[in-house]
Write a protein that binds this ligand. Sequence first.
Ligand SMILES: [Zn+2]
Ligand SMILES: [Zn+2]
Length: 86
Amino acid sequence: MALAYKGGACEICGYNRCVRALSFHHRDPKKKDFGLSAHGLTRSWEKTRVELDKCALLCMNCHMEVHGGVTQLPGETQVEKRGELS
Ligand SMILES: [Zn+2]
Ligand SMILES: [Zn+2]
């Protein structure tokens, strides 16, 4: 349900071959990412959906790239670039 809501594919590269390789990335770095494990969605769908609106669905590769600063989320205007990870 959560996957379908987010389009079921990576928002960056469109990867959708294996749902296990997809994960949610929270746009607010203060909040934690949450996974797709079977027991992960114990909260109500309403609450989950609110959270999903703040998240991007990414495949593992793109997710790691975003965290590594290599890739930016679509629609994200990140003017500042951090050089520390070069
Ligand atoms: Zn991807
Ligand atoms: Zn993330």
